[in-house]
Unconditional design. Structure first.
Length: 207
């Protein structure tokens, strides 16, 4: 679901491994907010957008990966998914939404503040942002170092790949700087100190 990496390729419209621990919590968040429409920033191959659509949510989405959008259009022709960038003025093109979803995207971006502004601008007043990214914290990083897996985790050999490594503190600061309030986190995948990812929820202030 990369944004900003034209080499990030998809060869199917299937879920990936991260969806096994992201989607159960995403479902709980969406069940509470019950939106009729949502925007997915970094929709990749359309698997999550299709999953949302099956839950009665009309989804519009963009991704920088041309191969991802091509796979999505083949597998899910009814979805409104297009090639685009997190850095575009997306609100001017698509309007505003009650929910914006962005899963495992922000770690790929050179300019995360522009991403956060795009998410904020896409939301209606009072709207909900749902942003996930791999979790990093002291105990997890210490465990990676002790296990000898630090090089594999922070590999420099993945073309494109992850270029930002977020903690709860830094992601909270990013969202707060963009104007969000009521920022909360949940960690998913494995036990909490060694979580694979974290999901941030944040509200755009009401008008």
């Amino acid at each position: 679901m990369a944004q900003g990496d034209p080499g990030y390729a998809y060869d199917s419209a299937d879920f990936n491994d991260a969806h096994s621990y992201l989607l159960p919590d995403l479902a709980r968040i969406l069940d509470r907010s019950r939106p009729r429409r949502a925007f997915e920033m970094g929709c990749g191959n359309g698997a999550v957008a299709n999953w949302c659509q099956s839950r009665g949510i009309e989804v519009t989405g963009i991704d920088f990966s041309e191969s991802g959008i091509a796979q999505a259009r083949l597998a899910y022709p009814g979805l409104a998914l297009s090639v685009g960038s997190a850095y575009d003025d997306l609100a001017a093109v698509y309007g505003r939404f009650p929910v914006v979803i962005s899963l495992e995207v922000v770690e790929h971006l050179y300019f995360p503040r522009r991403f956060a502004k795009s998410v904020f601008d896409l939301l209606e007043p009072g709207g909900l942002a749902i942003v996930s990214t791999p979790y990093h914290g002291y105990l997890k990083n210490l465990a990676l170092a002790a296990s000898g897996r630090l090089d594999a985790h922070f590999t420099a050999l993945w073309d494109g790949g992850h270029i930002k490594f977020w903690s709860e503190r830094t992601l909270r600061q990013l969202l707060a700087e963009a104007g969000f309030g009521s920022i909360a986190f949940r960690r998913v995948g494995r036990v909490r100190p060694l979580a694979k990812s974290m999901i941030a929820t944040a509200l755009k202030p009401p008008a």
